[in-house]
Design a protein around this ligand. Structure first.
Ligand SMILES: Cc1cc2nc3c(=O)[nH]c(=O)nc-3n(C[C@H](O)[C@H](O)[C@H](O)COP(=O)(O)O)c2cc1C
Length: 243
């Protein structure tokens, strides 16, 4: 309850763009609803395809794992390029979640294997149901079941872990992920995108969940309004990790 109260304060400061990508207006017609469904299906399909091709590009020998969670919200992307300022990045017509984009830039910069943390039950892509479900999962301290496991986890010395700030915390699938593996002796380097809260207390939480890992305090935190234009910043940060 205390946690929720604190988060409410944060969130009221953050009524940020959340409403900007909110639910449909009451004037929407059935046609608009159909279009929205089609766009949602397209985003889901393209996310799955991209995750699949990223997996195919993975090398067998890397000791760097880039594991990330990302839910690109379903907003109208017509006419948007590079500065969506919401949950998504649009580059050359490709729609990505913020963490998905950050993860790709990191991999292009330093290599490593990409792993998308996905749940068996897909999250809604519309803003209001998404925030409601996320809040409910936090209240229930849920551990959503993950779709896939990382093969050969032992081969990785460094795990770059990317997640959005959800209600001042990690999305609950990150708890499932961090409880599923033993990262003793490995280094975890967090990176996040957010609407104003930065990492909140998540770095300390990761350390609690993985007490025998070294959790870096040199993580990367970028406002969702900046992600689309942050390629240079992401590249510099990744290079300076010296991996
Ligand atoms: C369910 C939900 C809760 C959120 N809560 C917060 C929050 O408490 N603080 C904050 O700064 N941003 C919050 N945000 C904004 C996200 O952190 C931000 O949009 C992020 O870039 C999403 O990344 P993604 O597109 O890769 O999923 C929230 C977004 C969602 C969907």
């Amino acid at each position: 309850m205390k946690k929720k109260t604190m988060i409410l304060l944060t969130v009221s400061a953050l009524t940020f763009g959340m409403t900007a990508c909110g639910a449909d207006s009451s004037e929407d017609t059935a046609d608009t609803a159909n279009t929205t469904e089609t766009v949602q299906e397209t985003v889901q399909e393209s996310s799955a395809e991209k995750a699949e091709s990223a997996r195919e590009e993975n090398t067998e020998s890397s000791n760097i794992l880039i594991a990330y969670f990302s839910v690109p919200e379903d907003i109208d992307t017509e006419g948007i390029d590079a500065d969506a300022g919401a949950s998504i990045v649009v580059k050359e017509g490709e729609v990505m979640g913020n963490l998905e984009y950050m993860s790709q830039v990191i991999q292009q910069t330093i290599g490593g294997d990409l792993f998308r943390i996905e749940t068996v039950q897909e999250y809604p892509l519309d803003h209001d149901p998404l925030v409601d479900q996320a809040a409910q999962e936090q209240d229930e301290n849920a551990r959503p079941q993950l779709l896939e496991t990382v093969e050969n986890i032992d081969q990785y010395d460094t795990i770059l872990l990317g997640y959005p700030n959800w209600w001042g915390d990690m999305p609950m699938p990150l708890y499932t992920f961090l409880e599923e593996y033993d990262f003793s002796g490995k280094t975890i380097i967090p990176f996040t995108a957010h609407g104003g809260s930065g990492f909140s207390n998540t770095v300390a939480t990761i350390q609690e969940l993985q007490p025998n890992a070294q959790v870096s305090d040199n993580g990367l935190s970028i406002s969702r309004n900046e992600v689309a234009n942050a390629e240079d910043e992401i590249r510099s940060w990744a290079e300076e990790l010296g991996l």
